[in-house]
Every structure is written in structure tokens, then in C-alpha cells.
Design a protein. Structure first.
Length: 255
């Protein structure tokens, strides 16, 4: 961990209010209307959940919220940290969950955000196990406003060996092009052995959504079609390259 950076659980009202403000800043909402109000965070902690915060010195630089689930599972409701600090927050969540006997943790993220996909699938080693269409319905925050809220559920095996923090391994997408992207380039490829599907996402969906919402929505629908078809056939999301290509791998049960 970077010198001066610490992660700790937050229980007190002032600390939880600061976390609520942090989430407001990340999702561009007024601090008077945070996506996760301090009183809700306090209730989650009281119910046995955990709010972890990462501090750079004394400055709050990220936070994550998780709750207990059924059958030795946990669920991460939200996480947001400055670049380079997300890994420390997730490991703190992992240690908390394992300490309670949990074996898995799940959460969702926007599948069009490639950097988050790479973090979740490559750095953490989680697997995309479920595609959810317009999961939250219309959202009114400053990041997602005007888009449909598709989400990819990832499942993190907390008992698996931790993958290397820094990995240079990428799997190049190859095989015949099966779909064309809204920008005219290839959107999806499938290998001839039918074991892998690759799907490309735009370089920066947040900037694209702000500049051209209609084009961003076409990307949403195009990627959705690829994922829904692949997941129906038994594929799961297992990787993401630096240049924006998901790897979807057919599970043994579906082979």
C-alpha cells in the first residue's frame, strides 16, 4: 500500500457523513441528496454490514459498503476510490467478509465502463455471472443520467488465490467478426472452436454519453445483445483487455 494510505471501517456519524459526501461528489449529486445518505449507511452498519474508507493521510479518498447475504455470501453495494486505491478497499472488504466465514462477494457495475471491468475481472479475478437489463431503471445522478442502467453482476471467490496485482497478460480478440459496433468497427468475435466470445466496448462511455447520448445508447443496446446471447449459451465474462475487449468464456457445464 502507498505510504500514508490507510483503510479502516467507519462506525461514527461524522465519518459516515463524510463517506456520504464522497459518494455525492463521485456521482455528481448535491450533498443534500447523496446516493447513500449517512443515516442509511449508519443503519447498514448497525445491521452488521461494513463501511470501509480509505484515507490518504487524513483525507478521505475512497469508500465501499458491503452487507451480509445468505449461504456464506456477501454483497458490495457501492465502492468508489481514487485511482490506485480501489484495490486496497476491495481487499479490506474481502478480509472482513472472510473473517465472517463468507466464501463469495457479489456486486454490479456498468459493463460499458472498461476500466472497471478490467479492475474487477483482471486485478481482482472476479467473474461476470449475470447480465441485468436496465437494472435500476432511470437514474438521475450526474454520471448515469439519460442512459439505461444495464449492469453486469460479478462474483468474487474469496477463497481463491489472489491474482498478481500487476498483470501484463492480455488475451487478443481473434476469430471471425460476428457483429459490427456503432462506430463501424468490429463489436464481437467468436473463436472457431466456440469456446470464447470477445466483445468490445467504447473507450470512455462517460465522455461519450455526455457528448452524444444517442450514440452511447446504441452502444448500450449493441453490447447488451452480445452479452445476453452469450450468457444464454453458457458463457461468462472472464477478462478485459487494455484496448476494451471483454473475453467471455464458455463454462464447462455448457460445453
Amino acid at each position: 500500500m502507498t505510504t500514508g494510505v490507510t483503510v479502516r471501517r467507519v462506525h461514527d456519524a461524522a465519518g459516515l457523513a463524510a463517506v456520504a459526501d464522497h459518494f455525492s461528489d463521485v456521482w455528481h449529486t448535491p450533498r443534500t441528496a447523496p446516493p447513500y445518505p449517512a443515516e442509511v449507511l449508519h443503519s447498514l452498519v448497525h445491521a452488521g454490514g461494513a463501511v470501509h474508507a480509505v484515507y490518504d493521510g487524513q483525507r478521505l479518498a475512497g469508500a465501499a459498503v458491503a452487507v451480509l447475504g445468505a449461504e456464506r455470501s456477501t454483497y458490495s453495494l457501492v465502492a468508489a476510490a481514487e485511482r490506485g486505491l480501489g484495490y486496497a478497499v476491495k481487499q479490506a472488504q474481502r478480509d472482513w467478509a472472510v473473517g465472517l466465514g463468507a466464501r463469495t462477494m457479489r456486486w454490479t457495475f456498468d459493463p460499458l465502463v472498461g476500466r472497471n471491468a478490467r479492475f474487477n475481472l483482471v486485478k481482482l479475478g472476479a467473474v461476470g455471472t449475470e447480465y441485468l437489463v436496465d437494472f435500476y431503471g432511470a437514474m438521475t445522478d450526474g454520471v448515469n443520467d439519460g442512459d439505461e442502467s444495464d449492469r453486469l453482476t460479478v462474483t468474487w471467490d474469496l477463497t481463491a488465490p489472489r491474482p498478481p496485482y500487476d498483470t501484463d497478460t492480455d488475451t487478443d480478440a481473434h476469430g471471425p467478426v460476428t457483429r459490427t459496433a456503432p462506430d463501424g468497427g468490429p463489436l464481437a468475435r467468436r473463436d472457431l472452436a466456440d469456446r470464447y466470445v470477445w466483445c468490445r466496448v467504447p473507450g470512455d462511455i462517460v465522455k461519450l454519453r455526455a457528448a452524444d447520448p444517442a450514440l452511447a445508447l446504441r452502444w448500450r443496446h449493441a453490447v447488451r445483445e452480445v452479452f445476453l446471447e452469450a450468457f444464454t449459451e453458457g458463457f461468462r465474462a472472464t477478462g478485459m483487455s487494455r484496448d476494451g475487449w471483454y473475453t467471455l468464456t464458455r463454462t464447462e457445464a455448457a460445453a
